[in-house]
Unconditional design. Structure first.
Length: 256
């Protein structure tokens, strides 16, 4: 495979992408390797992330983002064997109250998983070489948002995408390590919410995981230190703070 054809980024971690690929509610429909030959005259839709934002009910976030998100969205953990932090924008599927009149709510933080779209990193071979992918449905003949210049070199847009995806990848793996520690210590518990609508109907949300505060309070000093040293404790506190947003999100979702 010719080196000039692909954008290659080295790493020691593995994260195989499937096609189509879904990350939280962020769906990649047609992942293709960024290729200098076939994409030399193509650009991306600069508002591609806005096209997916309106329907985002669940947004995956990194541990480092929790402190920025906890003030306006509840943060829970996915109900799977390897949980990850997720911000809930709404309890109504396909609705995102932060997306108003075709724009993200002004002065509100936009999570990195959204900002990296339509790009993503994936592995190619056993050597762990990281390659840049793009959701091909966002490609067009846009001369102002091209991936490569007339000399075949990366444009500033593409360089920024590579940098953002690299940083996002690093933060995701740090988050995985923190969540694994929390899980190993045994702090997760699964729960559901019961939401009462205007007509008195009770509806259960899908299951999700939260931190059990009673178990946290019973931890040994050594486990608390482990959580603190890895910064997992800061994520836990952000999670607790964020749960104060549940009522507000419920009212927004059901227009109570």
């Amino acid at each position: 495979m010719h080196e000039k054809q692909l954008i290659q980024l080295n790493t020691t971690r593995a994260n195989i992408m499937s096609n189509p690929f879904k990350y939280g509610d962020i769906a990649y429909q047609d992942l293709q390797l960024v290729n200098r030959q076939t994409m030399s005259q193509q650009g991306i839709n600069p508002t591609a992330w806005l096209d997916i934002a309106a329907a985002l009910q669940l947004i995956p976030i990194t541990a480092g983002e929790c402190k920025r998100v906890c003030s306006f969205l509840p943060i829970v953990f996915s109900p799977v064997d390897k949980p990850m932090p997720i911000a809930i924008t709404s309890f109504t599927p396909g609705k995102n109250p932060l997306f108003v009149d075709g724009q993200w709510q002004e002065h509100t933080y936009i999570p990195a998983a959204i900002r990296r779209y339509p790009f993503a990193l994936a592995d190619l071979d056993k050597e762990g070489k990281r390659l840049l992918y793009v959701d091909a449905k966002t490609l067009n003949a846009n001369n102002t948002s091209k991936l490569f210049d007339d000399k075949g070199e990366n444009t500033q847009l593409l360089e920024q995408a590579i940098k953002h995806c690299r940083n996002f990848d690093i933060e995701i793996h740090q988050t995985i390590d923190m969540v694994k520690l929390i899980d190993d210590i045994g702090l997760f518990k699964e729960t559901q919410l019961i939401i009462t609508t205007k007509d008195g109907t009770e509806k259960k949300t899908s299951p999700f995981k939260i931190i059990d505060i009673e178990k946290l309070n019973q931890l040994s000093d050594s486990d608390i230190v482990r959580l603190q040293k890895t910064q997992a404790l800061a994520m836990i506190y952000a999670h607790f703070i964020s749960m104060n947003q549940i009522e507000a999100i419920t009212r927004q979702s059901l227009h109570i």
